[in-house]
Design a protein around this ligand. Sequence first.
Ligand SMILES: C[S@@+](CC[C@H](N)C(=O)[O-])C[C@H]1O[C@@H](n2cnc3c(N)ncnc32)[C@H](O)[C@@H]1O
Length: 218
Amino acid sequence: MGDQRNDLVEDLPPKRAQDFSEEEDWPGYFGAVQGKGPRETLVFALDLFEQEGRGGGLAVDIAAGEGRDTVELLERGWSVVAMDNHPGAFPLLWAQVSEELKPGVKTVEVDFAKMEIPECDLVNASFALPFCKPEHFPRLWGKIVAAIWPGGRFAGQFFGDRDSWASIPNRTHHSREEVTKLLEGFEIEMMREEEKDDPPDVRNPKHWQLFHVVARKL
Ligand SMILES: C[S@@+](CC[C@H](N)C(=O)[O-])C[C@H]1O[C@@H](n2cnc3c(N)ncnc32)[C@H](O)[C@@H]1O
């Protein structure tokens, strides 16, 4: 009987980053995304700063994880405060930062509920905000908005209310109207809505509704 069960487990398609995210198995997630490049929202925001001749400011990377975006920021001349509450994140992040860039990054192990966000040019929150509990989200968002200097930017993702994970307790999802309302006081430079179904042959197919956002504070 035990052997049969093992056979069944082995027949499943392999876990991917999204399967670890669904379970909030962050070490599993960090392993699955190791070596991946920066998020498109971050790259879009950094390109806009550079077009304005404003590269190399101060960024706060919220829920930075193993550091894929923090590394990009550092390599493009930015100073970064990287925040995450998982103790497994920052050893992986530091391991990717060259000695000469290490003075440019400060890591803060902290929960969304207790984040104090320093004033900055850019708040980056890649695939991060949906994991903040709904009761803590309004305060966190208020701190994000207050921290960004006029002319600075927010980059990151919101998850939609039609996304499969909206029904998981303690997740924060938003309708398009709610995202637009959150971004009052910003000029929206990117708002790419992505809605799709996973193919049926993946381990745990889900419906995705994501908003990829870059916005400039007025
Ligand atoms: C899907 S990962 C995104 C990581 C990274 N920003 C990226 O784009 O790959 C979500 C991150 O949120 C962090 N996280 C989850 N719950 C958190 C909480 N309550 N406070 C702070 N960080 C949290 C996890 O440790 C993880 O690094």
